[in-house]
Design a protein around this ligand. Structure first.
Ligand SMILES: Nc1ncnc2c1ncn2[C@@H]1O[C@H](COP(=O)(O)OP(=O)(O)OP(=O)(O)O)[C@@H](O)[C@H]1O
Ligand SMILES: [Mg+2]
Length: 237
């Protein structure tokens, strides 16, 4: 269980995320809505509460958010993200084929998935989408978890795989299409625009909850926690 990831907007009570039950998350919001900020908080908490977890970061945009981790061999930027995704995918294959029998939690954080696909050639788009879809569908029982951040969620970059994001966090203001894609049912009617760092959480089968992202209190401590998660020895490699 990852404790204190978000706060409810109404009573500021803490929200915890159980990645065993809800294995994959998507963070959606326009530019500046606070996705990378929330992602860093979440990765720091994963480091704290799952001492044997490991992490691969794919930071397609490669701006300042994850710059402090560039020297880690598990942090991939720009076009290197293809390699990061593939390494994670191969780890899944090894567990699926039984050559890796360990089940320590492994996380993949992919920032700007839509931008990555948009800037890839058609053939590559298809193969990358397929990889993500396979991971989302099959990796849960192998204790592999995916967290994706996107500015918008559209049908063509996700296809069927969107339903496998069983944790959905939408921040600030969503485009009409993102709203339909992220909250396809009744929920979308009650969604109103919010400011940076505020939004909605939808866990599969639960009620839509207005949330706020807690403040990062100690940036250095957070960076150290993420660094530790990236650099942990991965015995299953
Ligand atoms: N909850 C928050 N509290 C305080 N500051 C925040 C919060 N969320 C985001 N910020 C600040 O707002 C700015 C934009 O946030 P962030 O980079 O996370 O947005 P983003 O959604 O990832 O945008 P982009 O899609 O352009 O990458 C950053 O300077 C960040 O530090
Ligand atoms: Mg960002």
């Amino acid at each position: 269980m990852i404790f204190n990831v978000l706060l409810t907007e109404k009573y500021h009570s803490s929200i915890h995320l159980d990645f065993e039950r809800y294995p994959h998350a998507i963070l959606v919001g326009s530019t500046g809505s606070g996705k990378s900020y929330l992602a860093r908080l979440l990765l720091g908490k994963i480091s704290k509460y799952e001492p044997d977890a490991t992490l691969i970061i794919c930071d397609y945009k490669g701006d300042d958010d994850f710059i402090q981790f560039v020297t880690s061999s598990n942090c991939f930027r720009y076009d290197q993200v293809t390699e990061g995704l593939d390494i994670f995918y191969q780890a899944f294959k090894r567990r699926q084929e039984g050559t890796d029998k360990s089940r320590t939690p492994k996380y993949l954080f992919f920032d700007e998935w839509t931008a990555y696909l948009t800037n890839s050639e058609k053939k590559k788009q298809e193969s990358e989408k397929k990889k993500l879809a396979t991971l989302l569908l099959l990796s849960r029982s192998f204790n592999l978890h995916i967290i994706v951040a996107v500015q918008r969620m559209d049908a063509k970059n996700f296809e069927q795989s969107r339903d496998n994001f069983v944790i959905k966090v939408a921040l600030a203001t969503l485009s009409a299409e993102s709203k339909r894609m992220v909250f396809p049912d009744e929920e979308s009617k009650s969604i109103i625009p919010k400011s940076r760092g505020k939004g909605y959480l939808l866990l599969d089968g639960k009620e839509l909850t207005p949330v706020i992202v807690p403040k990062i209190r100690n940036k250095e401590k957070l960076d150290n926690a993420i660094w530790d998660l990236l650099e942990r020895e991965d015995n299953s490699k």
